[in-house]
Write a protein that binds this ligand. Sequence first.
Ligand code: GLY
Length: 563
Amino acid sequence: MIMPIARLLIVSLILCCAGPLQAAPGPERPGQAGIASPHPLATRAGEEILRAGGNAFDAAVAVSAALAVVEPYGSGLGGGGFFLLHRAEDGHEVMVDARETAPAAAQRDMFVDEQGERIPGLSLDTVLAAGIPGLPAALVHLSREYGRLPLGSVLAPAIRYAEEGFEVYPRLLTGLERKRAELEASPASAAVFFPEGELPELGSRLRQQDLARTLRRLAEQGREGFYQGPVAEALVAAVQAEGGLWTLEDLAGYRIKEREPIVSRYREARIVSAPPPSSGGVVLATILNILEGYDLQAMPPDVATHLVIEAMRRGYRDRALYLGDPDFVDVPVARLIHPMYAAGLRASIRTDRALPSDWLPGIRAREDGPQTTHFSIIDADGNRAAVTQTLNFWFGSGIMAAGTGVLLNNEMDDFSARPGVPDGFGLVTGDGNAIEPGKRMLSSMTPTFVETPGGVAILGTPGGSRIISMVLLGVLARVDAQASAREMVTRRRFHHQYLPDLVVHEPGALDDAVVEGLRARGHQLEETGGDYGNLKVVTWDYEDNRVEAATDPRNEAGEALVY
Ligand code: GLY
C-alpha cells in the first residue's frame, strides 16, 4: 500500500531536480469568463466590469469592493486580504498581500495580563483588536498595475450598492443577531445596521451612505483618499478616542507587498498558492508532498482518509511552529515545501495507527476567525484572480469609525498573544507570530490555482483554520478524481489541525466503515453541528475549452456565472 522506498526516492529526486515548475499548456484562451462569489450583487459587479471591457483584475477590484458593501460581516475596507493573480499574456504570477499590520505602538504582550493570561475580548471586541487596513491599498494597486479600466469605473457598482442599498438576506441577519451587542455598542455601527433600533426586516434595504462617500474618495483620490485626509483622520480619531494605538503615520505608512506565490507539485498538477504571511500555501504544499507518496485512489477509504488526516496533522504542526510574517521572521519555506522534507514527515506515519499530536515536537496552535470571504474569477483571455479577504470574526471588532462607514477589523487576534509562555500542555506559542510594530499577523487564507494537463481550477474559501484543509480536499478532488467545479464545492469535509488532536467532520462526511477504521486507529472524531465552509471554484477545462463556475451549496446566497 505504501509506495516502495526506491520509487519514493526517485519521485523525490525528480521533483527536487526538475527545475522551475511550469504551467501545463492549454488552449490559447477560454473565450468565456467565469465568476464565483458569495453574493449575487458582487458577481454581477464583476460581470458588469468584464462586459465594460475590463479584465479579470478589474473585475476582482469590483467584486472585492462590492463584497465590502454587501457582505459587511465577512470583509471590508477596514480589513485586508490576499489577491492571487495570473496574467495570461506573460504568465506573470503574483500574490498582492494586503494583510493588515500591527500599529507602530503595538507591543508583544498587549493582550495578556500580568500572569501571562489572555485578557478576554481585548483582541476581539475593542479598538486594540484592529490592525492597519490593507484592502483599500490593494484595490488601488490592482487597478493601476493590472487593470484596464479607471479605478472610478470599477468601484462604481460598489458605490451604487452602498448608496442605493441592497436587500437584507438571511446570512446577514444571522451575523447581525450574533454580533448584535458589539455592533450596538458602536453608535456608528448601530445607526447603519439597526436603523430603527431593531434588527432590520428580511428583504428591507440596507444603505451605507458614509461607506459610499469613503469609496468615492478612494475612487477619486486613490490611496490618499483613504490613508490620508478626512477618512484617515476620522479612523484615527475613532480609535484613539477609545484608547487605541493607531496614528496618522500608521495609515500613511501602510504598503501592500507583491509576493512570489508558493508553487508546488502534486502528481501531475502544479499548485500555485498563498505565501507567508499566509500559512496556506506552505501547509498545503507540505500536506500534498506527504500524500504524493501514497496512491490514495487505490486504497480502502478508511486508510486513505487516515493518511490524509495524518498529513494534515503534520502540515498544521508546521504552521504553528514555523510560520509568521517573512519580513520579520525567517520562515524556512524552501525546506518546508521540499519533497525530501515531506518524505521525512511521511516516515513517521503508520497506516494502522494515529500518532497523537503531542508525540510530535511542537507548540500550541491558535485559531483564526471563521468568517472571511472568497471569490474566484477567470476572464475570456485566461487572466485569473483568486481572492480571499477578511475582517476576521463576524463584522471584525464591530466598531465603526463615525462618518466613514468603515468597520474596524479584529485581525490582531491572529497574532500569538502569549509567545514563549507554556500552556497547559507544556507547549509554547510560536515567537514567529508574536506581535511586533508593523508586522503582519499570520493568516490561513489560501487562494489557490490548480493546473493539471486537463485544465485549471481557481479556488478558495473562508473558514479560519479550516480554510487550508478545505482547499486541500478541493485540490485532491480535482487532481485525484478529475472533479468538476460543482463536485469540488459539494464534496463533504473533514479536518485535523494538529491541536486540538481531533478529527472534526461534517455530518455524513465519513461513512460508517471509515468512522470505524479511524476509531480503530486511535483517532478521536467529532461531528460538527452543521456544514462549514463556502468554497468558490472556477474551472477551465482544456478538452472542450469550457469554463465552469460553482459556489458552495452550503451558502445559498452565492452566485456563479459563466458567459
Ligand atoms: N482572519 C482569518 C485569517 O486570516 O486566516
